[in-house]
Ligand binder design. Structure first.
Ligand code: PLP
Length: 340
């Protein structure tokens, strides 16, 4: 554990969730006009929700404290007890959200293998759809993720997946926690990548740099269901405009600049490769690297925070820019016995 004495000197590549609100964002939060969002009268929350709905092409948006809760509320709004959703084996919703759909929604997940590019083979998806038969759970929903493991999923694939879902009468949800990374990488508006989904969940607290907050988007009747689920899950907040102001600031200032994070990840990947490491990616702002034992400890001892493991994920972000990449590369080179 790194103590507080290190604050400010550390390079933190564990995730893009570690960013601290910038001065401008803090000013916007301090100046936010507030109300009680449970009564629907926090003007800053309402402004954020309207702004996001317009930006991403949906009737309505709803602010949640976290992406996990937004995804769960979406599952619970699309599916009921004994229903099933189809989801990638590597998808956050399935793998990293404590099985919430099953635990709290009585919704059965049907995981499907993800291919190396993050997509699922649509033939596998189709084969997993259960017939209407009392032996089976009712297959109701197809859930995708973009980016997934940092990989941007192109519109052409989404189109085919949505077509299949439509043909089979399934609803569709997109975990677009990092949809703006995908949009910037693919050079298309995020709206384009969201088009056709029944619901999309978009995080403000990852590459966009807000301290918390996720928006769930959909049609008005879907959002009405999600509002009830949010209440049930304990996610209805009061003067949430403080967070909404950060979210608005993030959407207004921090989307295009994601290209910088991607460029920094490129340089990090190249530097690690040049130093002899087996590198995968970068995929948008994420670099994956196979490392020998002791590597993570060496970086941490050099004040570069990473999550230990044989396949490290290094993530660039607002608070880990070009200088952070230099520091990480210097530490990686010294571990490999190369000149700094
Ligand atoms: C793809 C994806 N979806 C959802 C989440 C959940 O977001 P939160 O940590 O806000 O619950 C994460 C978190 O890292 C994520 O990476």
């Amino acid at each position: 554990m790194i103590g507080d004495g290190h604050k400010g000197k550390l390079v933190d590549l564990r995730s893009d969730t570690v960013t601290r609100p910038s001065e401008g964002m803090r000013r916007a939060m301090a100046a936010a006009e507030l109300g009680d969002d449970v009564f629907g009268d926090d003007p800053t929350v309402n402004r954020l929700q309207a702004y996001a709905a317009e930006l991403l092409g949906f009737e309505q948006a709803l602010l949640f404290p976290s992406g996990t809760q937004s995804n769960l509320a979406a599952l619970m709004s699309h599916c009921g007890r004994g229903d099933e959703y189809l989801v990638g084996q590597d998808a956050h919703t399935y793998r990293f959200e404590a099985g919430g759909g099953a635990v709290l929604g009585s919704i059965q997940p049907q995981p499907i293998a993800n291919r190396p590019d993050g997509t699922m083979d649509l033939a596998d998806v189709e084969a997993a759809i259960k017939p209407d038969d009392p032996h089976f759970a009712r297959t109701r929903l197809l859930a995708l993720e973009n980016t997934i493991g940092g990989k941007a999923v192109p519109r052409s694939y989404i189109e085919n997946a949505l077509q299949l879902a439509k043909k089979k009468g399934l609803s569709t949800h997109l975990d677009g926690a990092r949809i703006f990374n995908a949009a910037v990488k693919l050079g298309v508006p995020a709206k384009e990548l969201c088009r056709g989904f029944d619901s999309v969940s978009v995080c403000l607290s990852k590459g966009l740099g807000a301290p918390a907050g996720t928006l769930l988007l959909g049609k008005a009747d879907f959002i009405a269901k999600a509002l009830r689920a949010r209440k049930m899950l304990g996610g209805a907040m009061r003067q949430a405009g403080v967070l909404a102001a950060a979210g608005l600031y993030a959407l207004e200032h921090n989307i295009e600049r994601l290209a910088e994070d991607h460029a920094n990840a490129e340089r990090l990947a190249k530097g690690l490769r040049d130093a002899g490491y087996a590198v995968e990616g970068p995929h948008t702002n994420m670099v994956f690297v196979k490392v020998p034992p002791g590597f993570a400890d060496h970086l941490v001892n050099n004040e570069v925070l990473v999550l230990a493991g044989p396949r490290l994920r290094l993530v660039t972000h607002l608070d880990a820019g070009a200088a952070a990449v230099d520091r990480a590369l210097a530490a990686a080179r010294s571990f490999a016995g190369k000149p700094a």
